[in-house]
Design a protein around this ligand. Structure first.
Ligand code: AGP
Length: 609
């Protein structure tokens, strides 16, 4: 949560900072602000979106060659202008911060006793006063930042500038992401590479505890012990236009439509005609995956739903016990750990606090092996895991996760195949046949996308509803969960998902003519059972919206609306059935006029507990 960017250059950095903020806005959008050094500190802040900040800056004609900027997701203190970053101390030092300072109350009391006045309710403000305090003694910004961060408990990524050092940008991180962008006689910092793509693709990822002293011509990095260190430079594979909207109305719509490409790219990662190379999960993968005796998956939100699908795949294809658990629950539980059970973490961002801390807890409990499936290279989760697989979804900007989910599912299916082969459950011929089916997947997803006009018509009927039920069975139950989550997070229609067989054990009481019931109804072995469950709904006057396969027997009748997806895709069917539910949520949100890409109260990366 919260996005930060900074720049030191020979040109005016304000347009760079604003464009960066626009690209980081998915991380939080309660308020935005910027400081540049130009004969002292010049600060502009505004509540609301980056566009409002940009308009304000346009009126004031702010410019400068060194600056930091921030887009906020409020934690401590409401989304007011006073609480917006950057925070300043005695009009000479400014700080932007992403993270949470856990000991801020004690620091605030101490700093107040030293005479500092606080202008905000944020935890961040203690950082800037603390830096100012140490700066008084040293007159050296780097030394002051080092002394200040040594006192911070919690997570931080910070950018710091001083009016007395017009070419010096200091960056530090622990627990929250921060990278340096390397330019020609200009350098940058940002929470995420996508913010810097218009100016550079050359990036250096800072490690936990690092502090960097960044100037026009040079970058010096020091580790947690204060020793100078070299951190490798990477060239990002992403391009600036990957985070552009193009002809789409919203990033969510664009990302839904990118799924055939994203799935194909993810498959290209390491699939030959006949087999999946275990090495796609890391150099030691074959050895590690061959000896594990089970899998425990830890994840949150949409990623947790992917984990639930994987339970079905890993148990049925590889014959290994597999359990998915919500990371925020697992991290505080004394679970019984089997050291040989693989800890698999799933995350689009790789910076979800609950998932990272769940991994730390699992290691503490004695689990020996870990694998992260993630969409962001060099993210904290990836770096903390023994094995890794990077999905190739490309940047996902819409807060509602779509292409990251379906590419996670592809990665999980590949993992199930590798485990199946290494544990003697999947033959060479079977593996080839699965891979042939996987290669069909982008085409099948494309056919599901072609249903958009019909789904949009359905969505109009949802717009005035307050509640909806989603039903599925087997591996499609998690898809129903995902459909309900998508609908509630972007359209604000309350939605719940149930395994269809569970309906009669309680939720059936909710069914009446005002409760639309969405059924994920693939042509699998459970279809006849599901049909009986749907009859229970119809008999109570419920209105059914059924997504069936081309090859199943269903007829449209009173109270039952039907849309047909391609013919049944076997175990890969959950991936195909996800698409219409994403479109239904998207079009319901359009009808309701909500802010699809930035739903209220949410942020893309949840880096707090
Ligand atoms: C999905 O639409 C969500 N906005 C959210 O549930 C998300 O999946 C969750 O916060 C986990 O994020 P991660 O995949 O980046 O860890």
């Amino acid at each position: 949560m919260c996005g930060i960017i900074g720049a030191v250059a020979q040109r005016n950095v304000v347009p760079i900072l604003l464009e960066g903020l626009r690209r980081l806005e998915y991380r939080g959008y309660d308020s935005a602000g910027l400081v540049v050094i130009n004969k002292g500190l010049q600060r502009v802040r505004s509540t609301g979106r980056v566009a409002e900040l940009a308009a304000q800056i346009g009126r004031q004609k702010t410019h400068g060659h060194l600056g930091i900027a921030h887009t906020r997701w409020a934690t401590h203190g409401g989304p007011t202008e006073d609480n917006a970053h950057p925070h300043v101390s005695t009009n000479s030092i400014a700080v932007v911060h992403n993270g949470i300072i856990e000991n801020h109350e004690a620091l605030r009391t101490r700093l107040k006793s030293l005479g500092y006045d606080f202008a905000s309710e944020t935890d961040t403000e203690v950082i800037v006063h603390l830096i100012h305090f140490y700066y008084q003694a040293s007159r050296d910004l780097l030394v002051a930042v080092r002394a200040a961060v040594a006192e911070l408990q919690g997570a931080y990524a910070i950018g710091v500038v001083s009016a007395e050092a017009p070419h010096q940008l200091i960056a530090a991180r622990r627990g929250s992401p921060l990278l340096i962008g390397v330019g020609i006689e200009e350098n940058f910092i940002a929470s995420d590479v996508s913010a810097l793509l218009p100016v550079t693709q050359r990036v250096i990822y800072l490690e936990d505890g690092d502090i960097a002293d960044i100037g026009l011509l040079g970058i010096r990095i020091f580790d947690a012990e204060g020793r100078p260190v070299e951190r490798g430079e990477h060239v990002s594979e992403l391009s600036a236009d990957m985070a552009e909207l193009g002809n789409y109305r919203h990033f969510m719509q664009k990302e839904i439509h990118e799924q055939p490409r994203a799935i194909a790219d993810t498959l290209l990662a390491g699939v030959t005609t006949h087999s999946v190379l275990p090495g796609i999960f890391g150099p030691q993968a074959e050895d590690v995956l061959g000896k594990i005796n089970g899998v425990r998956i830890l994840a949150c939100g949409t990623s947790f739903h992917a984990a639930k699908v994987a339970e079905y795949w890993i148990e049925s294809l590889a014959g290994l016990p597999c359990r998915a658990e919500v990371a925020s629950e697992y991290r505080y539980r004394n679970s019984v750990a089997d050291p040989d059970t693989l800890i698999l973490t799933l995350s689009q961002s790789g910076e979800t606090r609950d998932t990272i801390d769940a991994l730390i807890q699992a290691k503490k409990l004695g689990h020996k092996h870990s694998l992260a499936i993630c969409n962001v290279p060099e993210s904290a989760l990836v770096r903390a895991s023994e094995l890794k697989f990077l999905t190739r979804a490309g940047p996902e900007i819409g807060v509602a996760s779509t292409k990251a989910f379906t590419t996670q599912l592809v990665a999980l299916f590949l993992l199930a195949l590798v485990l199946g082969r290494l544990h003697g459950r999947v033959s060479v011929a079977q593996e080839k046949s699965w891979l042939d089916q996987l290669r069909e997947l982008p085409g099948l997803v494309g056919q599901a996308l072609a249903l958009e006009p019909e789904i949009s018509a359905w969505a109009e009927r949802f717009a005035d509803k307050h509640h909806a039920l989603f039903l599925g069975r087997g591996a499609h139950y998690p898809i129903a969960l995902e459909g309900a989550l998508k609908l509630k997070e972007i359209s604000y229609i309350h939605a719940e998902a149930y395994p269809a067989g569970e309906l009669k054990h309680g939720p059936l009481a909710l069914v009446d003519k005002d409760m639309p019931v969405v059924a994920v109804a693939p042509n699998d072995t459970l279809l006849e059972k599901l049909k009986s469950n749907l009859q229970e709904v119809r008999a109570r006057g419920g209105e059914l919206y059924v997504f069936a396969d081309q090859d199943s027997h269903f007829s449209e009748q009173d109270g039952l609306h039907l849309l047909r997806l391609p013919s049944h895709a076997g175990p890969l069917s959950p991936i195909v059935h996800t698409v219409p539910l994403q479109l239904l949520a998207y079009h319901a949100a359009l009808c309701k006029g909500t802010d699809v890409d930035k739903p209220r109260n949410l942020a893309k990366s949840v880096t707090v507990e």
